[in-house]
Design a protein around this ligand. Structure first.
Ligand SMILES: CC(C)(COP(=O)(O)OP(=O)(O)OC[C@H]1O[C@@H](n2cnc3c(N)ncnc32)[C@H](O)[C@@H]1OP(=O)(O)O)[C@@H](O)C(=O)NCCC(=O)NCCS
Length: 177
């Protein structure tokens, strides 16, 4: 099932999306803002990643579409079906689509799907302390900053604090629009 938000559309990854995703993972600014890291990714590695990833239903990834084009990637990963929780991530790629509410609508749409369709009970993520855009986005969507993992991520010759964030289904129910 494709998932419709108010402004965004979430759909499955296609092989044709791999160049877009490869450009995103190879982008230095993106790497600066997110916790994962990667060596430069080749076309071959990207294709192999796609073949592995589509088979794993404990890690679901969606292309985010808006304005008639692909604008980013949203994820529900490490889905724990017993304890009803999953990790969530979002990446919007290209400056001209940022600060237009697409991030907010994507997170709200992912929450609706995770809580109302997959029957999960908790979503969580970790973000870099200096990532103001991300902190504001999740706060706006009702998430709580639950703790700090000190000096946990090494980037740009410095250790950075990682902030654990999360939202429970009951909290989502109270503030969903
Ligand atoms: C974080 C990200 C998803 C936000 O998406 P977005 O579509 O720009 O966010 P929205 O337009 O929905 O804005 C949400 C809130 O964050 C604020 N915000 C967005 N970008 C901001 C920035 N660079 N600095 C400060 N605040 C920012 C907005 O003003 C808004 O708050 P407001 O309504 O109170 O004004 C996007 O910047 C991104 O993909 N960044 C790179 C990857 C990344 O950091 N991913 C998250 C890793 S955990």
């Amino acid at each position: 099932m494709n998932i419709k938000g108010k402004k965004v559309f979430l759909r499955a990854l296609e092989i044709e999306d791999m160049e877009f995703l490869r450009a995103m993972i190879n982008d230095g600014e993106m790497e600066h803002n997110v916790i994962g890291w990667s060596f430069p990714v080749s076309k071959y590695e990207q294709q192999k990643w796609y073949e592995n990833t589509i088979q794993n239903k404990n890690n679901i990834r969606f292309i985010i579409e808006a304005e008639g084009k692909s604008i980013g990637l949203a994820t529900l990963t490490n889905i724990d079906w017993k304890n009803r929780k999953a990790s969530h991530g979002i990446k919007l790629f290209s400056d001209d689509i940022k600060c237009k509410g697409y991030g907010t609508d994507t997170v709200m749409t992912i929450m609706k799907y995770a809580f109302e369709e997959l029957q999960l009970n908790r979503l969580y993520s970790t973000i870099l302390e200096f990532n103001e855009a991300s902190r504001k986005l999740y706060k706006k969507c009702g998430w709580t900053e639950e703790g700090i993992i000190r000096k946990s991520i090494f980037k740009n010759n410095n250790y950075h604090n990682e902030i654990v964030i999360g939202i429970l289904r009951e909290e989502y129910e109270l503030q969903k629009i």
